[in-house]
Ligand binder design. Structure first.
Ligand SMILES: NC(=O)C1=CN([C@@H]2O[C@H](COP(=O)(O)OP(=O)(O)OC[C@H]3O[C@@H](n4cnc5c(N)ncnc54)[C@H](O)[C@@H]3O)[C@@H](O)[C@H]2O)C=CC1
Ligand SMILES: CC(C)CC(=O)C(=O)O
Ligand SMILES: [Mg+2]
Length: 406
């Protein structure tokens, strides 16, 4: 049963392992010093950014799982919890306080819940909670966002697609995260010469931004099934024309990877028609945002999809792909598995601690095997649990695995 998630463990993307950064030498001495203080132990600083809505609920659960899996592998975590998003706005009036950013930047890895909520929806743009996400991603320079979408055998029936269409789906969406229309200039709302208000954004990509995400995607595909589909809108968008040209030019460096191109509207359709045709997808910021939400439903729920955001140096940012789900916040209904699996990605991609990551992945599968389900992935015959209980069950599975092997 572990096979489905293990597929994931083959995905170590090139040398994008932030925990090994030479550009942040402060971390290496810490590990040496702490290892000396407690022999056999490695110590890591983890920034926890719970955020809003269901964010604090899923982070609290994932933190315990991370701590437990780590401790079984001799890892000691020093957690520093900081406010971001609406929580920070309420506390100090800005979505990303300097102290929160500094704590994140100086950490070995960051685990984030989710940001946003009705309360702040009418704030001016620079005072919207979501700006914290954009500042974090931009200023941490985490341009490569890996979003694995795997239909676990235990959850085939939770998929909204027919069993024969969903079963066996295992894809990796490589989303460009720090460019494109979410960051492009000019943008704004202004009044035009006719006195009418106009809103505008700019889809902007420089060649180097396309090349670096394409390389991550080629390397990722190379370690998987060797198939890369680049998704764009090159029939109408200039930025996509450049995107396709640059990705195509790089293909000769990866002769072992089969490159195809697809327009995003077709890709949205093909994901539902025949998702198994996809192995690795590379796409821009906005298309990756949308297609990964779509892909999540193939796996059963948006509450199942983790993500890793990586740059060439500095800490990685790990978060579920879902938002703050204000409609179910504070009701103990959230599925924490996406965040728990993000913690596994943190261990694997952020800290290079694959064994601890596998403990979490196995524990998630074990918990699902035992039939525990939150409402979003529930099907008759299983045991309906809330966020906390799901977390407790995963924790028990992390522990029982140890008991079994001792
Ligand atoms: N990374 C982040 O922090 C993100 C933040 N947002 C923000 O979150 C807020 C809500 O946005 P929505 O568009 O409603 O997207 P959302 O992802 O928060 O929720 C969409 C739907 O999925 C459900 N859902 C999400 N996560 C779930 C989980 N773990 N377990 C069970 N059900 C879950 C929600 O209940 C809702 O019905 C907004 O303020 C938005 O800007 C949205 C997406 C990402
Ligand atoms: C605030 C949103 C753009 C964040 C989001 O939806 C995402 O990164 O998936
Ligand atoms: Mg999104």
């Amino acid at each position: 049963m572990a096979a489905a998630l293990q597929t994931n463990t083959r995905l170590n993307p090139i040398n994008l392992v932030p925990g090994r950064s030479l550009a942040n030498p402060s971390r290496a001495p810490c590990r040496v010093r702490c290892a000396a203080a407690s022999p056999g132990k490695k110590r890591f600083n983890i920034a926890l950014l719970p955020g809003d809505g269901i964010g604090p609920e899923v982070i609290s659960v994932a933190k315990n799982v991370l701590q437990q899996a780590g401790s079984l592998e001799g890892l000691v975590f020093n957690f520093q919890e900081m406010p971001v998003g609406g929580a920070a706005l309420d506390l100090v009036g800005v979505p990303l306080p300097e102290e929160s950013f500094t704590a994140a930047k100086q950490s070995d890895a960051i685990l984030l819940g989710a940001i946003g909520g009705y309360k702040w929806d009418n704030n001016e743009k620079h005072l919207r909670p979501e700006m914290a996400l954009f500042y974090l991603r931009r200023d941490l320079k985490v341009f490569a966002n890996l979003r694995p979408a795997i239909v676990l055998p235990q959850l085939v029936d939770a998929s909204t697609l027919k069993r024969e269409v969903a079963e066996g789906v295992d894809m990796m969406i490589v989303r460009e995260l720090t460019g494109g229309i979410y960051f492009g200039e000019p943008r704004g709302i202004k009044t035009n010469e006719n006195g009418e208000e106009v809103g505008f954004n700019t889809e902007f990509y420089a060649a180097h931004e396309i090349d670096r995400i394409a390389r991550v995607a080629f390397e990722t595909a190379r370690k998987r099934r060797g198939k890369l589909c680049s998704v764009d809108k090159a029939n109408v968008l200039d930025a996509s024309i450049l995107w396709r040209r640059r990705v195509t030019a790089l293909a000769s460096e990866y002769p072992d990877v089969e490159l195809t191109h697809m327009y995003v509207d077709n890709a949205a359709m093909q994901l539902i028609r025949d998702p198994k045709q996809f192995d690795t997808i590379v796409t821009n910021n906005i298309f990756g945002d949308i297609l990964s939400d779509e892909a999540s439903m193939i796996t059963g729920s948006i509450g199942m999809l983790p993500s890793a955001s990586l740059g060439v140096s500095g800490p990685g940012l790990f978060e579920p792909i879902h938002g703050s789900a204000p409609d179910i916040a504070s009701q103990d209904k959230a599925n924490p598995l996406a965040t728990i699996l993000s913690a596994a990605m943190l261990l694997k991609y952020g800290l290079g601690e694959e064994k601890a990551a596998k403990r979490i992945e196995d524990a998630v599968l074990d918990t699902l095997n035992k039939g525990f389900r939150t409402g979003d992935i529930y099907s008759p015959g299983n045991k309906l649990v809330g966020c906390k209980e799901m977390g407790e069950e995963v924790l028990k599975s992390v522990d029982s695995k140890v008991t079994a092997t001792v």
